[in-house]
Design a protein around this ligand. Structure first.
Ligand SMILES: [Zn+2]
Length: 352
């Protein structure tokens, strides 16, 4: 530890179970934080202030005004900037001598799973179910502990899974694929609940890095705003789990395309971009060269009016509602894919 770090961590190294040796141990450890929103903002900062020596910051997105009520690493003047850059500066301004690495790809199946090998623990701070399943799978493949959290409206869930991956995230939530999951954008969220959940993630991660044997890896915790207690649910590994058990992983239903595919495909007139957002969103932020059919009015019935000769690429704001829309179109016998990441990705790549 440098003299500056010794002073910085002096209140923490007084802790009898930590001391300077424990602090040095933590400074040798690393954590990868995927998603720098309402969970990742407080989680990454508190990993750094605790002295986790190397932290990975992963997010493809840029800061928007509607993020700020829960994503506390950002200021009004950061709007439009990359979340990775802003978070890095935010941490650097507060914590000396921590190594920070940034990743700006969209987190998807296409990421090389072995990237997890470089990290001691992974924090899933995303709000996309597909990303959560992929992170869980990569953790199991690489024997890495995973701290996951999600917040819906006023209700937060946090869990830590051991490097042996039994039980795993998929044992806890086997069938969220294609469910009615809503993002913060669609369902609303109380900012303070995301902060609490993010802090629990950092706390579980720090405990695991120091004392893995004490980690509550057989439980999930739920926090309800209406009755602020942490409810513990004991978990059992599902022997039929498609990730950690003997269950055969289902074939991936290829209902999503990513930006690379879309850049290729959009030259072909066979492909039609179908905006499934609501009329006011379309008015506010139009998507050029798209036709319009809001998800709220889309059904197998209404979709049957669309041409079977065409291939529909559904798009919404962040890629959640569009998955649902693609599913409806498929059920109506059409060919459809959802654009991963939604309009945000197109804006980011300056396609819109
Ligand atoms: Zn499992």
């Amino acid at each position: 530890m440098s003299p500056e770090q010794k002073k910085y961590f002096s209140r923490q190294t007084k802790l009898p179970f930590l001391g300077e040796s424990g602090q040095n141990k933590l400074l040798q450890k690393s954590a990868l934080v995927i998603g720098l929103g309402g969970l990742g903002s407080p989680a990454s900062l508190h990993l750094a202030t605790a002295g986790v020596g190397r932290i990975g910051l992963w997010d493809f997105d840029t800061v928007e005004l509607s993020n700020l009520h829960r994503q506390t690493a950002f200021t009004l003047s950061d709007i439009g900037r990359k979340k990775t850059d802003t978070t890095k500066e935010y941490i650097q301004a507060r914590v000396p001598g921590i190594q920070l690495e940034t990743f700006t790809e969209v987190f998807s199946e296409r990421i090389d799973p072995s990237i997890f090998k470089n990290w001691d623990i992974i924090l899933d701070c995303t709000d996309q179910i597909q990303a959560k399943y992929t992170i869980n799978r990569f953790c199991i493949q690489n024997f890495k502990p995973l701290v996951t959290a999600s917040v819906f409206r006023t209700s937060a869930q946090v869990a830590i899974f051991s490097p042996h991956g039994k039980p795993c995230y998929k044992c806890l939530y086997p069938n969220l694929e294609g469910s009615e999951l809503l993002s913060c954008e669609d369902g609303g969220v109380l900012g303070v609940q995301t902060a609490i959940a993010g802090l629990y993630q950092a706390s579980f991660a720090i405990q695991h890095l120091l004392f893995p044997e004490k980690s509550p890896t057989q439980s999930a915790f739920q926090l309800e705003w209406e009755s602020p207690l942490l409810y513990e649910t004991f978990l059992k590994a599902d022997p039929n789990c498609t990730e950690c058990g003997s269950g055969k992983r289902e074939e991936i239903f290829r209902e999503e395309i990513d930006l690379k595919d879309w850049k290729e495909w959009k030259k072909n007139p066979k492909y039609i971009l179908l905006d499934v957002r609501e009329p006011e969103e379309r008015k506010e932020t139009p998507i050029v060269d798209s036709i319009f059919s809001p998800l709220s009015e889309l059904s197998i019935n209404t979709a049957s009016g669309l041409s079977k000769e065409k291939i529909y690429i559904t798009i919404c704001e962040s890629g959640i509602r569009s998955r649902k829309a693609a599913k409806i179109l498929k059920e109506a016998g059409l060919t459809a894919y959802s654009l991963h990441g939604g309009r945000k990705i197109l804006v980011l790549e300056e396609i819109l």
